[in-house]
Ligand binder design. Structure first.
Ligand SMILES: Nc1nc2c(c(=O)[nH]1)N[C@H]1C(S)=C(S)[C@@H](COP(=O)(O)OP(=O)(O)OC[C@H]3O[C@@H](n4cnc5c(=O)[nH]c(N)nc54)[C@H](O)[C@@H]3O)O[C@H]1N2
Ligand SMILES: Nc1nc2c(c(=O)[nH]1)N[C@H]1C(S)=C(S)[C@@H](COP(=O)(O)OP(=O)(O)OC[C@H]3O[C@@H](n4cnc5c(=O)[nH]c(N)nc54)[C@H](O)[C@@H]3O)O[C@H]1N2
Ligand code: SF4
Ligand SMILES: [Mo]
Length: 702
């Protein structure tokens, strides 16, 4: 091919905003990305990660051949050898007990791939043990939304509605660093006079006029207090008929300003100001990120936010009420179509007899042939080497991103056979017995569903390199290799996509009115139930999809979490993405692993800026340089999880939310001590930057 230039409109591989941009190609290779004003989500903005994303496509580390571990070493092999090895090692497990095979998917995969992965696990292999990394991401918010409304679409309104709100409470959502284009909607609201309150133990960047820095894991107390105060002021008027209101109000009736201020480590006056402004606002909006959700009580905490939004009359109003900000590129679609341990396509439930029958008929298998609910993500990892003997991982890097990662790596190493389908040599891929080289975003067709439930087309711009194969073909190959390929023969991708759309018909997340042709012209927010359906920008209205049609509000136990001398919390920085497989390889994207702590905390622990600190958590330890900064409140240390041997060496492998099975990524007891080594070269020992930052926390009497 000579000098052929072309431009393909597609979506970014990274976060849940799912910006559209133009990918420019020369001679079949991606050379440039330009934003487009025609993007329905971001209107022409693309963040620096998105702009840098094309460097992965032909990175020198790109996996271009299957790799098989022989005598302890990974060696390139042909596809035939790779698939034969799969058949030889996994076949006997499936014959004796299919539950011995686990499957682990991802919110980074397109809808079609997540659909196929669920079908592969249940119909192909017959194992119940499939779950995915969204368990570590959206499961608490999803569980809380489902139990109150029978529906889980992270935002029940288009992003543009945010501009209508006059008070925005950000609970543990670092929007400026994690979802940058969403800032334009916050700015639009602020320009119209809205107040923005950032509730985060760290003063993160952004547009907030008010910063409240509570201790991690105390958000439910703030929401409960506001509800109790509003009740006392006669300001409650439920958004719609609901069950559970009396119990919800009874659960918060003993909360007092001073008591909650003490538990959260903030000033009572700041809480009172917050409650007053919430009571006075016309259209307050509560948005949560992973801060309050990735907690041992994450589901209940989200319920407390829902209860406040609902009983104050704002839930379901365009731009008001409550919403959760989904994280991964297809974090929303990824939790709808059957890669979750309890779920069937279209957000159907594996325990619901009618849902099971529908999908069994659709797939042409007996209903009794569909397995039941399997292990959730972390339970699946902890069962590796025990009842789970082989595992397939696609689109995730749990050796870095799972909680208590040292323990998870130990379990992965104890497997008889680990298969990783990836595009780059992630830390997990490098532990595998079989590595299968898959496809990246720009190399495949498909759809993703963004944080507003907007379904968009991803378009193929280039082919896969070397011997790499498209992920969906690999999944079909594995079914055939195991002698279970009958239902995995698709003439082309379009046939798979058509099957996927049809499989969702009648489900809560119904995409059956969509087609590639419709999505070529515009985007649609689900449900889209027939081929003339305009989509559903606002899906939360009564009657809800609960058995009674009424909202089911959940009373939340208003317990104060035990207070540690030093609490770990974890999260992200602007320049890196997730476990870092993709972004750490990109020299244009910055960031270093460190532990952020307040000058007072550093003083208490005898630490200086830049000094290496030995940190130990419930399931491991690591050493990181101290980044002393007044942006973090005292008593809290923050570690980002983008690097091996960073945050997840310190998180607990076993502390899970009982409802959602979400790990407590954002609270752990931490010990910190200085090492005798000299200061780390990564950071200077000069006085920390940003000393003028205002963090609103309660000063402990000294
Ligand atoms: N740059 C970048 N962007 C990303 C990603 C990335 O890796 N890098 N990942 C994407 C994904 S998958 C996700 S899920 C989203 C996540 O997006 P966010 O939820 O915004 O990100 P986090 O940094 O995990 O957590 C947000 C904030 O919660 C605060 N926090 C910690 N504990 C608590 C608490 O107990 N209460 C409160 N109120 N706040 C607390 C942290 O200090 C942090 O600033 O980002 C998406 N976008
Ligand atoms: N301590 C702590 N830990 C956390 C969190 C936290 O806040 N704190 N957040 C959690 C959250 S919210 C999330 S979402 C997880 C994310 O963590 P992971 O699940 O590990 O996600 P990624 O790091 O994005 O890993 C994606 C892997 O899949 C590959 N990949 C990407 N796209 C494709 C594709 O299309 N096909 C194939 N075959 N491979 C692909 C990439 O190369 C990479 O190796 O981490 C969780 N872990
Ligand atoms: S905001 Fe998210 S989707 Fe948009 S360019 Fe950045 S990483 Fe990609
Ligand atoms: Mo996430």
């Amino acid at each position: 091919m000579k000098d052929v230039s072309k431009t393909v409109r597609t979506t970014c591989p990274y976060c849940a905003v799912q910006c559209n941009f133009d990918l420019h190609l020369e001679d079949g290779l991606a050379v440039k990305i330009t934003p487009t004003k025609e993007c329905a989500v971001a209107g022409g903005t693309v963040c620096k990660k998105g702009l840098a994303s094309l460097s992965d496509l032909r990175h020198k580390d790109r996996l271009t051949s299957p790799l098989l571990r022989v005598n302890g070493e990974l060696r390139p092999v042909s596809w035939q050898e790779a698939l034969d090895a799969f058949a030889a090692r996994v076949g006997p497990l499936l014959d004796s007990d299919p539950a011995q095979l686990g499957v682990f998917g991802s919110g980074a995969l397109t809808n079609e791939k997540t659909y196929l992965l669920g079908k592969l696990a249940r119909v192909g292999f017959g194992t119940p043990n499939i779950d995915y990394n969204g368990r570590f991401c959206m499961s608490s918010a999803a569980t809380a939304m489902n139990r109150s409304f029978g529906l889980d679409r992270g935002l029940g309104f288009p992003l543009a509605d945010i501009a209508k709100s006059d008070l925005i409470l950000l609970f543990g959502a670092n929007v400026a660093e994690t979802l940058p284009p969403v800032m334009q909607y916050l700015k639009a609201a602020k320009d119209r006079g809205a107040r923005i309150v950032n509730i985060d133990p760290r003063a993160t960047p952004g547009l907030a006029q008010v910063q409240l820095s509570p201790l991690p894991g105390t958000d439910h107390l703030i929401a409960g207090l506001l509800l109790n105060l509003l009740n006392g002021w006669g300001r409650l008027r439920p958004s719609a008929p609901a069950d559970g209101t009396d119990e919800v109000l009874a659960a918060v009736q003993d909360l007092t300003l001073n008591g909650v201020a003490e538990s959260c480590g903030v000033d009572a006056a700041d809480l009172l100001r917050l409650a007053r402004s919430y009571a006075q606002a016309h259209l307050p909006l509560i948005l949560s990120g992973r801060g309050p959700e990735q907690q041992v009580n994450g589901t209940d905490t989200v319920s407390s936010l829902i209860n406040l939004a609902f009983l104050s009359g704002h839930f379901g109003r365009p731009g008001g009420g409550y919403g959760t900000l989904t994280g991964q590129g297809n974090g929303q679609g990824g939790r709808e179509h059957g890669q979750k341990n309890d779920q069937l396509p279209g957000y159907r439930h594996l325990k619901d007899p009618a849902d099971r029958q529908f999908m069994a008929d659709f797939w042409g298998v007996p209903e009794t042939g569909l397995p039941g609910v399997g292990l959730s993500a972390q339970e699946l990892f902890l069962a590796c080497g025990e009842e789970v003997r082989a595992l397939i991982v696609i689109g995730s890097n749990p050796a870095v991103s799972a909680p208590g990662a040292a323990r998870v790596r130990e379990r992965l190493a104890a497997l008889d056979f680990l298969v990783v389908i990836d595009v780059l040599p992630s830390e997990t891929a490098m532990m595998a017995d079989l590595v299968l080289p898959g496809s990246m975003w720009a190399e495949e067709e498909g759809t993703t569903t963004n944080l507003e439930g907007r379904v968009q087309r991803r378009r193929r711009a280039m082919t896969v390199p070397g011997l790499a194969r498209e992920d969906w073909r690999i999944m079909c190959d594995l079914a055939h290799a195991a002698g279970r390929g009958e239902k995995f023969t698709y003439p082309d991708f379009a046939a798979l996509q058509a099957e996927f759309f049809a499989a969702t018909r009648g489900g809560r997340a119904d995409y059956s009115g969509l087609s590639a042709a419709r999505l070529d012209v515009q985007t649609y927010q689900w449900p889209v139930t027939h081929d003339a359906h305009p989509g559903t920008p606002h899906p939360y209205f009564a009657p809800y999809r609960t058995p009674t049609g009424r909202a089911r509000l959940h009373p939340v136990a208003m317990q104060t979490p035990p207070r540690a001398a030093l609490t770990l919390t974890t999260g992200r920085i602007a320049g890196q993405y997730q476990s870092g497989t993709q972004t750490r390889r990109n020299p244009g994207l910055k960031g270093v692993a460190d532990v952020q702590m307040h000058p007072d905390t550093a003083r208490v622990h005898g630490l200086m800026h830049g000094q290496p600190v030995v940190l130990s958590g419930p399931d491991g330890e690591t050493t990181l340089p101290a980044n002393v900064t007044p942006k973090v409140r005292p008593g809290v240390a923050f570690v980002a999880f983008h690097w091996p041997f960073s945050a997840n060496e310190l998180t607990s492998a076993t502390t899970l939310d009982p409802h959602s099975r979400m790990p407590a990524f954002k609270s752990a007891v931490l010990n910190a001590s200085a090492t005798s080594r000299a200061s780390s070269p990564a950071l200077s020992t000069a006085s920390p930057p940003g000393s003028q930052v205002r963090t609103a926390y309660r000063k402990e009497p000294s």
